[in-house]
Design a protein around this ligand. Structure first.
Ligand code: PLP
Length: 378
């Protein structure tokens, strides 16, 4: 059996490869109609998707942009963050989180993770300096950071919160949607994210009217109107064809997410008794959306190899800590600074858990992992 990590070729196939299934013809009809309207740049469909997204997240404004990275970057720019400033974020995340901070000219300041792949809130205050402007908590793997504590630290030190919610559409913390806690939230519609479009796409969410206006200018050359330029800006609009696609897919996002959560529960249950597998604690006040199903294991590299040899496309997100990448050299971090991130880089494994896996594939994945430890009793 082959259990693929990616599912993009499966989204429109018959239901026997797993649920749910999207209706390709409906989306293609929408695109056909849209193309004939000629409303390519921003336009009505983009606005419709923004309105739908804002209501899903429970915020006043949603601003469509070209990617999740741009959503983070433009948010920081709109908040006036740049050279000489510091933004605190988690050492264990995708590189784009730190990219967005660094390309504004600000420095990312890394804080170690807790055992659940989110920022260790106990270490945030020690990282604050008089240059700190913002905290960028990451909903890494689709799990919620401790937002109550982060909100109170931010309030105490007068810092902004820019949420990296790129992996967490439909994720909640105490029934509040990801991307609605900070002054802004950033989402990605990259093809492998939980709401995927057919190319790149991103969204910024905010309740602030002024910031909304500023972000709309920044994503569109800095234009205030057709002829008036308020600030120097960028060209980072959400492609309207992607908005047409997303307008259909967003209706099913809860269905996809529920399937991911169900698969994760199946894995959790099977792995819980295994001393070689450490399943992170799950919290009832968090809706973890499992963009990645990630656990810590013994003999990770051997297990990874074993899975891949047997057709289970397991992965590692990610093997090298961000603070020790070449791009971070000037920040001066040295091995030992981030013990939990370093441990994770050696021990984490990500198993396929996307909504298009059949029950047989989920069971095969689970059995493959269990049989590795049966054959190799470490
Ligand atoms: C994917 C991702 C991003 C970037 O999103 P893109 O749309 O690929 O630019 C940022 N942060 C995290 C945590 C991500 O997983």
């Amino acid at each position: 059996m082959r259990v693929p990590f990616s599912y993009l070729d499966r989204q429109f196939r018959a239901a026997d490869v797993g649920e749910p299934k999207q209706n390709l013809d409906v989306i293609l009809d929408d695109i056909k109609e849209f193309v004939q309207s000629g409303d390519f740049t921003l336009g009505k469909k983009g606005e419709e998707f923004e309105a739908k997204f804002a209501s899903l997240v429970g915020v006043k404004h949603a601003i469509g942009v070209n990617s999740g990275t741009d959503a983070l970057f433009l948010s920081l720019k709109a908040l006036g963050i740049g050279a000489g400033d510091e933004v605190i974020t988690c050492a264990e995340t995708f590189i784009a989180t730190a990219d967005a901070i660094a390309i504004t000219g600000a420095n990312p300041v890394f804080v170690d993770v807790n055992d659940e792949f989110t920022i260790d809130v106990d270490q945030i205050e020690a990282a604050i300096t008089d240059r700190t402007r913002a905290i960028m908590p990451v909903w890494f793997t689709g799990n919620a950071p401790d937002m109550d504590r982060i909100l109170s630290i931010a309030e105490k030190h007068k810092l902004l919160i820019v949420e990296d919610s790129c992996t967490a559409i439909n994720g909640t913390y105490k029934n509040r949607h990801s991307g609605s806690f900070g002054i802004v939230g950033a989402f990605s519609f990259h093809p492998l994210k939980n709401l995927n479009v057919w190319s790149d796409g991103g969204m910024i969410t905010t309740n602030e009217d002024q910031l909304n206006e500023r972000l709309r200018m920044l994503r569109n050359y800095g234009l205030k109107s057709r002829d008036e330029v308020e600030v120097f800006g960028y060209n980072s609009r959400l492609d309207t064809i992607q908005a047409v696609v997303a307008l259909r897919l967003i209706d099913d996002v809860k269905l996809y997410t529920d399937r991911r959560i169900k698969i994760a529960e199946t894995y959790d249950k099977a792995f819980a008794p295994m001393p070689q597998i450490e399943v992170p604690e799950r919290h009832s006040h968090v809706r973890h959306v499992f963009h990645l199903y990630m656990v810590r294991v013994t003999e990770r590299d051997k297990l990874l190899h074993y899975c891949i040899e047997r057709g289970v496309e397991a992965k590692v997100h990610y093997p090298i800590p961000l603070p020790y990448q070449k791009c971070s050299q000037h920040l001066g971090y040295i091995p030992g600074n981030f013990p939990k991130t370093e441990r994770d880089c050696r021990t984490i494994i990500t198993l396929p858990a996307h909504p298009y896996l059949s029950d047989d594939e989920v069971n095969y994945t689970m059995e493959t992992v269990l049989s590795f430890y049966k054959e190799n009793p470490y």
